[in-house]
Write a protein that binds this ligand. Sequence first.
Ligand code: UD1
Length: 342
Amino acid sequence: MARILVIGGTGYIGSHTTVELMQQGFDVTIVDNLSNSSIDVLDGIEAIVGRKPAFENIDCGNYTDLDNVFSMYTDIVGVIHFAASKAVGESVEKPLLYYRNNLGSLCTLLEVMKQHCVPNIVFSSSCTVYGQPDEAHLPVDETAPIQKALSPYGNTKQINEEIINDAAHADKELNATILRYFNPIGAHPSALIGELPNGVPQNLLPFITQTAAGLRKELKVFGNDYNTPDGSCIRDYIYVVDLAKAHVKAIERMLTAKDREQVEIFNLGTGNGLSVLTLIHEFEAATGVKIPYSIVGRREGDIEQVWANPEKANRVLGWKAGTPIREVLRSAWNWEKHIRNL
Ligand code: UD1
């Protein structure tokens, strides 16, 4: 069977994708330096799938180490590159770290792939590349204009997309699929893998589940004076397992489709926008747990509203994010209870 190299495979989206790949019969080698994830994730994957993925604890920015991995596993047919620093606020404070980590690792990876004649890469990008789309571009599809990034993190996603386009232009053997994620949430239904934020969560749902678990006193809702129906921001929250399945579809398409373009881009979202306040109320309805919250000022750099038009991914990949939101929210809560022994 074909082997997929999953870089950043012990991370949140990487671990869920590894599970889906292995369940579809792929062999997986994970490369991760564990800078923002735990080795225990491998046990969770094994408990779900019944076998462990191969694992190499190296930094994917190190050419020699990555080259060795490609020499060891000669059956690699494709790479999924998740590994990146992803805290928006931290990227403003440490831009050089972000540019080095997120740009350097992609360049190294593309060089090593070429060296070993591995032609297929799936890259994790973000809806952040669209900034705040104007009304005519909501829901946002892949043809919407890219806007100037609001943070170094967002800028690394834009530049990485350009690097991939330029590399593919120069090397006709290279195939790339760029996946622009909207807001991934939730955990595997087994509650054996999920999101493990470092310190105080910056993202909404981990903050909600930690508040539900009593670790945080209350959730702060960043602004209720936006131009939206209830005044809070709107996002497209996509279940991480649905998102993981899209990666399998993307890989399968790269390995089999005759009619694909050299670089393909897909928005991965549900097509539904939910406000912050709606998400809180849905969480309460799904779990029966009340979330204490207060409204505070806007968070700098926040986009008012963005949600996906996922039609291209639905049609071309034959994929749809269909898990009902309450089931997704329950999965996040079950995971939080699991890790807190509640
Ligand atoms: C951000 C990044 C995105 C990145 C993602 C994952 C931007 C514009 N977006 O998404 O690129 O991929 O993180 O790290 O850079 N909220 C609260 N209270 C909280 C936390 C969040 O009200 O304690 C609100 C936010 O104001 C926002 C919504 O919840 O309206 C979602 O926030 P968050 O989960 O941080 O994701 P994004 O900012 O959409």
